[in-house]
Design a protein around this ligand. Structure first.
Ligand code: 2RA
Length: 335
């Protein structure tokens, strides 16, 4: 497979290359694309040096798949150009997620919606991905009515500038601010911009993307997304109301057998998911699984995952793996 990575020098683009290498994705040719200022920069992949090339040059080379993590405006402008050249784009920005003509995919949940005609595929928001991986097997069994989620999101979700701000603050160094306030020893109940209903765009992404990925608009979702001074991944406190009652032991068994999920739930021995343990892993870790004693048919749980991996790079690579395995891309496309 000829693969392009667009945004190859960013946090997620770099992680995409790491995941492609770790998972030994079948690459015959690799195109690394970034902004004009990075053209010519060398990046090593599988021990071989590759030079960053321009978008125009990459489009001409007609990659089979292009993994994008270059921001929404870049994707809106360039993804259609790659698609027109015959490349299948998997885009990590929010640009295409709610477009009714584009698929929004978490392979463990809804990969079966993909067809050879899908030339621009949206990778969901990191905080949504980790949640729906855990919700899907429970929805199939007990039918979810409503989800209330509060997130505790890593600064890596914002990008390099935010990581630098945290580390500078921790070192007592004044530096550029990615946030309107200090982040160390603080939390910010504000991710992305506020909308007219008082929610932030991040919160509305969790609401709308969950319904689209789960294929069920009857699921009611409300979210509060919060930035916290950690690096390893996003954490979420999730309250799930089902249409039907459940057996707690069965819930834990269902989750422990669910694809992409690792249950870490032994509070007697202080075993529960934490960002430091999730860092650089692809699993969605679920713990603190317990009945909500304030309401019938309702469950509380705690979900943690590395937002740069399963929340972005790995999910995108898994979509690419699915496309290849099902012959939905490249020369082996089965009509
Ligand atoms: C964040 N989910 O954490 C958003 C985008 N990565 O900032």
């Amino acid at each position: 497979m000829k693969i392009a990575v667009v945004g190859a020098t960013g946090l997620v683009g770099t992680k995409m290359l790491q995941v492609l290498e770790e998972r030994n994705f079948p690459i015959t040719d690799l195109l690394l694309v970034a902004s004009e200022k990075s053209v010519g920069k060398e990046i090593t992949f599988k021990g071989k040096a590759y030079k960053v090339i321009s978008v125009e040059d990459a489009i001409k080379q007609k990659a089979d798949i292009a993994l994008f993590s270059a921001g929404g405006s870049t994707s809106l402008a360039q993804a259609p150009l790659f698609a027109a050249a015959g490349t299948t784009v998997i885009d990590n920005s929010s640009a295409w997620r709610m477009d009714p003509t584009k698929k929004l995919v978490v392979p463990e949940v809804n990969a079966d919606v993909l067809t050879p005609e899908d030339k621009i595929i949206a990778n969901p928001n990191c905080s949504t991905i980790q949640m729906v991986v855990a919700l899907k097997p429970l929805h199939d069994k007990y039918k979810i009515k409503r989800v209330v989620v509060s997130t505790y999101q890593s600064v890596t979700g914002t990008g390099v500038k935010a990581v630098d701000q945290l580390m500078n603050e921790r070192a007592g160094i004044d530096g550029p601010m990615a946030y309107p306030y200090k982040i160390d020893l603080n939390v910010l109940p504000h991710i992305d911009v506020f909308t007219e209903n008082g929610y932030t765009k991040e919160e509305m992404k969790m609401v709308k993307e969950t319904n689209k990925i789960m294929g069920d608009d009857s699921i009611r979702v409300t979210a509060t997304t919060v930035r916290i001074p950690v690096m390893g991944g996003h954490s979420e406190s999730v309250n799930i109301e089902f249409a039907n009652d459940f057996d707690l032991a069965e819930v834990k068994e269902i989750l422990s057998k669910a694809p992409g999920v690792v249950v870490t739930d032994d509070v007697a021995n202080l075993k529960y998911p934490m960002p430091l343990d999730a860092h650089d892993k692809d699993d969605v870790f679920v713990g603190r699984i317990r009945r909500d004693e304030s309401q019938s048919n309702t469950l509380n749980c705690w979900i943690v995952s590395d937002n740069l991996r399963k929340g972005a790079a790995t999910n995108a690579v898994q979509i690419a793996e699915y496309l290849v395995a099902k012959h939905l891309v490249g020369e082996s496309v089965e009509a």
